[in-house]
Unconditional design. Structure first.
Length: 214
């Protein structure tokens, strides 16, 4: 299996455990509240790698007018997402296939999908997202931040080996700017990981301002 298939297999096996651990996203409330403040009324929202629908649930609790399509590769995560968000729609899709969509959206959410994407894949996703957004559309990204060179296999608390990509603000914001986005909010959350070592989460909210440069 490749790294994506391994990740999907792990998330399928531990979907319920993941839900128990990560359903509460209040830690990221400040940036998610800003997203809710800026997104268009009755807007169409696409969420990539939605997991158990934790972010969708938070947003719909604040903005029930939004029409959200959540996507993920894990069938078990999608099943939980549907249970947690009866008013939203969920379907199986690889976030790297966003360019294959024909519909455009008022906002795209990509919360913690980037740790499973390489630098090149992350940059491509950002550019592809710009082409799937309506005028003044929003793109919300969150990821684990560290030197990209530290990316590699990591052992989860359940003993599974999973390839984790760390990302850097520098090339992410440059890619966002090159794709026509303006950063309207950037924040970090730091906490101790399972091994006691510090973990930094990078949260970026952007708005599409112009035509991509490439």
């Amino acid at each position: 299996m490749n790294k994506t298939e391994i990740a999907v297999s792990i998330f399928d096996r531990h979907a319920n455990l993941y839900q128990e651990k990560f359903m509460n996203v209040d830690l990221y409330g400040e940036s998610l509240d800003l997203f809710c403040k800026h997104v268009k009324t009755n807007g169409d929202v696409l969420e990539l790698a939605c997991g158990p629908g934790n972010v969708t649930k938070y947003i719909l609790n604040k903005r029930s007018d939004l029409k959200i399509l959540g996507t993920d590769l894990s069938e078990n995560m999608l099943e939980l997402a549907r249970e947690n968000n009866p008013s939203a729609v969920f379907t199986k899709m690889d976030c790297r296939d966003i360019s294959k969509l024909s519909k455009t959206y008022d906002a795209i959410i990509c919360a913690f999908a980037l740790p499973y994407l390489s630098k090149e894949e992350a940059i491509t996703l950002i550019n592809d997202a710009s082409k799937r957004l309506n005028k003044d559309g929003l793109l919300y990204i969150s990821t684990m931040e560290d030197d990209y060179s530290k990316s590699g296999p990591a052992t989860s608390s359940q003993g599974d080996l999973l390839f984790i990509h760390y990302h850097e603000q520098g090339y992410l914001t440059k890619s966002l700017e090159n794709s026509g986005f303006e950063v309207i909010h950037l924040n970090r959350k730091q906490y101790a990981g399972p091994d006691g070592k510090p973990v930094t989460d990078l949260l970026i909210l952007t708005q599409l301002r112009g035509k991509p440069f490439f």
